[in-house]
Design a binder for this molecule. Structure first.
Ligand SMILES: [Zn+2]
Ligand SMILES: [Zn+2]
Length: 286
């Protein structure tokens, strides 16, 4: 298990990004490859991504996840939205392939006015096309959703169904604990975590699970609201996270906190996560 947080790319990329990762005590990180609330992407900056690669190697930061834009909707029947979404994820996969980045993580979007069957067919075909066209290297990770409204991917069954249809070893899963809770998985204690893990094993298989978004939340179980809070300070709590982080199936995953941010808060969340996982705390810089 490697631990890290989501790090910004604003300002002096990649120097500042790596600097912040080291200050927080990250072994792995997640970044955006552009504005997470926009469609526009800047051309690939060969020098910056090369420097990022070198700095990562120098400081042992791996793996890296690129989180695609929040606007992405690969399930929608709206042609323009679907096209823009596909182009954006393809762009992020291209950046990942060229920059030696291991994973692109994406949300699946929502069904809109379609039936579930139509949406599942569309999203599966879209993902198969995207990964089929991607250059060698990165894996595409599908993130479970909080299940609000018509969101796709709120259950392990649904993610499993998509994985089966896509049938490509380069597609995996990133499990977000706050989303799982909000969509109704009661992971606040050992028994609840055992049940959740049974579901993941049955429908997805742990070979596919490459990352954990380690977020707590204050929303009620099954509230279908996506609100992140500090690790072990919300409803999932100490018992839930300790049980999750002790599962041997997660031994090789990248654990990423997407919690409210400052260097101090990042350090706190990573300290908590490592303590609950029972692993050694690294020396942090600064
Ligand atoms: Zn996400
Ligand atoms: Zn997440």
């Amino acid at each position: 298990m490697r631990f890290g947080v989501h790090v910004g790319i604003g300002g002096n990329f990649p120097k500042k990004t790596i600097e912040q990762a080291r200050e927080a005590g990250c072994q792995c990180i997640q970044i955006f490859a552009g504005n997470p609330r926009g469609w526009r992407r800047t051309p690939y900056d060969v020098r910056a991504w090369q420097e990022f690669k070198e700095l990562r190697a120098q400081h042992g930061i791996f793996p890296v996840l690129i989180h695609s834009s929040y606007l992405v909707n690969l399930t929608t029947a709206n042609r323009t939205l679907h096209k823009n979404s596909t182009l954006l994820v393809a762009h992020d996969l291209e950046v990942a392939a060229r920059g030696g980045i291991e994973y692109v993580n994406t949300h699946l979007g929502s069904y809109g006015g379609q039936t579930r069957a139509q949406g599942l067919a569309r999203v599966s075909k879209t993902i198969a096309t995207l990964i089929g066209a991607a250059k060698p290297g990165p894996m595409l990770l599908l993130e479970n959703s909080a299940g609000a409204g018509n969101l796709c991917g709120g259950t392990m069954e649904e993610l499993g169904e998509i994985l089966r249809r896509v049938d490509d070893a380069r597609v995996g899963v990133c499990l977000d604990t706050a989303h799982a809770w909000a969509s109704g998985y009661d992971i606040q204690d050992q028994k609840g975590v055992d049940g959740f893990m049974d579901d993941v094993g049955t429908h997805i298989g742990f070979k596919r699970v490459r990352a954990l978004h380690l977020n707590d939340t204050k929303v009620a179980l099954g509230a279908k609201r996506d609100l992140h809070w500090h690790v072990a300070q919300g409803r999932i709590g100490t018992k839930g996270f300790r049980a999750l982080l002790h599962r041997p199936e997660f031994a090789d995953v990248a654990v990423i906190c997407e919690t409210p941010k400052s260097i101090e808060e990042d350090r706190m969340n990573l300290r908590t996560a490592r303590r609950l996982a029972g692993v050694r705390q690294p020396r942090t810089k600064g």
